[in-house]
Design a protein around this ligand. Structure first.
Ligand code: MN
Ligand code: MN
Length: 299
């Protein structure tokens, strides 16, 4: 079972809305190599785990639990990038009022995915950057531990590759804060699966990280790597974990020592988005709002 803390795993830096960047980030959420895939793949591999290899189960499941928080982080980032973008682009506050002759959602007609404004209310969707719905067929779980670990490493490397490309697409601070964090965590997970295979006899030589690019050339990534975020792992267990039997020693990327933290991260505050009149969201009349406030005030 899983417990829950209403915090974000990393801080989202505020900036102007940017619906094009939001749509690009959809690939990192619901794409074939996105966070929904890593989350579901590692959780299914841990649910279906066989045999006596507890440290391997703890490693895969611990990373799977972290991926839940990555799904939350990137979805919230997409929300921030979409939220208020019609108002921002029109520059006129009266344009956001429905029924006054204006077209407050006009920008939707020229966006990467009209469904961000038409089906949802300026929020993230479980789709990729071209609007294809996320698919369970992306999930790889052969039941063969070595094969699953190899595929997991390929998945993290492709994630890091795509996030480095995303970084090059936008200078928006909201987008970059999350992209940079995920680049660094993808490297940590590359290290984790590479280490797990190293114990089984693989010698990585100079192959890792993939892509073989010094990500400290991205300033936001450099800051995180100076804090050693690429060599750290949380196990998320309240009842003890054997993850550290694998995730220790020299990093397979040859840039530091791997370390499992017993303590979970403190997290960063997260607040719900503001009401969007033009989307009829959440669409509460003053009477309904009053009923909700009464419930909220209950001791
Ligand atoms: Mn991730
Ligand atoms: Mn990962």
């Amino acid at each position: 079972m899983f417990y829950h803390v209403q915090k974000l795993i990393n801080e989202i830096v505020p900036d102007e809305p940017d619906p094009a960047a939001a749509n690009a980030l959809q690939e990192g959420l619901g794409g074939q190599f996105g966070e929904m895939r890593t989350m579901m793949q590692y959780l299914f591999q841990s649910f279906n785990f066989r045999g006596k290899a507890q440290p391997y189960l703890d490693l895969i499941q611990g990373i799977g639990v972290e991926e839940i928080s990555h799904v939350e982080l990137i979805a919230t980032t997409i929300n921030r990038l979409l939220d208020g973008s019609p108002r921002y682009q029109s520059k006129s506050p009266t344009d956001t009022v429905p029924g006054n002759g204006a077209t407050p959602l006009n920008i939707a007609l020229s966006q990467g995915n009209i469904q961000h404004f038409l089906v949802g209310a300026q929020g993230a969707m479980p789709v990729d950057s071209t609007g294809n719905p996320w698919s369970g067929s992306y999930v790889y779980n052969s039941g063969n531990l070595t094969l699953d670990l190899l595929y997991n490493l390929m998945l993290e490397a492709t994630g890091r590759l795509q996030k480095c490309r995303l970084y090059e697409m936008t200078s928006n601070k909201t987008a970059r804060s999350t992209i940079s964090y995920l680049i660094v965590r993808d490297q940590a997970h590359e290290n984790a699966y590479a280490k797990a295979l190293e114990i089984l006899g693989v010698n990585w030589g100079n192959v890792l990280p993939i892509p073989n690019f010094d990500a400290t050339r991205f300033p936001e990534v450099k800051k995180l790597m100076e804090q050693n975020v690429h060599n750290q792992q949380f196990h998320w267990r309240l009842d003890g974990s054997e993850m550290s039997k694998i995730f220790q020693g020299t990093s397979p990327s040859r840039d530091g020592e791997l370390n499992v933290s017993e303590k979970s991260p403190a997290g960063f505050p997260v607040t719900a988005g503001a009401a969007r009149v033009e989307e009829f969201s959440p669409g509460l009349t003053p009477e309904i709002q009053e009923l909700i406030e009464k419930i909220a005030q209950l001791a």
